[in-house]
Design a protein around this ligand. Structure first.
Ligand SMILES: [Zn+2]
Length: 64
């Protein structure tokens, strides 16, 4: 008789097998994940700032 294979997924950070209802295996991985999300958000803000800076430069050049 074949053993029942539980449905499972893998931790988004370390790849450890975890229940399907979870996305991360431990508090440690949750902290790391939060940090990664924060860094990603920062990156998006920096990109917007750069785009805004370039557009501003473009307008200033047009005025002068
Ligand atoms: Zn993990």
């Amino acid at each position: 008789m074949a053993e029942k294979i539980d449905q499972h997924t893998h931790c988004h950070m370390c790849g450890k097998v975890i229940p399907l209802s979870e996305t991360l295996c431990s508090k440690d991985c949750k902290d790391k994940y939060q940090n990664m999300v924060k860094k990603r958000k920062m990156f998006v803000y920096v990109m917007y700032a750069i785009i805004f800076f370039i557009i501003t430069l473009f307008f200033i050049q047009n005025i002068i």
